[in-house]
Design a protein around this ligand. Sequence first.
Ligand code: SF4
Ligand code: SF4
Length: 81
Amino acid sequence: MSTRPAMSRPVKGASGKTGSWRVFKPVVDKEKCNACGICGMFCPDAVISDELEVDLDYCKGCGICAQECPKKAITMEREEK
Ligand code: SF4
Ligand code: SF4
């Protein structure tokens, strides 16, 4: 369990495996990111690690992380199928 302060109480992979139906995926621009961790606090599925890696097996592509990032470092990119 993460030690970050929680905005909610997410459960990893609450939506189940999402790889087959997700339409957009978050991509972090590490040049812009200041590692504040806010994206991970808001992710409703708790799939952003402390190292800011997104677990794409479980990310549902909701875009909340991109919306909440104060540095606008996350872009939602359409999945290639
Ligand atoms: S919210 Fe944005 S700046 Fe903060 S850790 Fe996440 S990607 Fe980086
Ligand atoms: S898009 Fe962002 S906030 Fe939404 S599930 Fe994926 S990593 Fe979490």
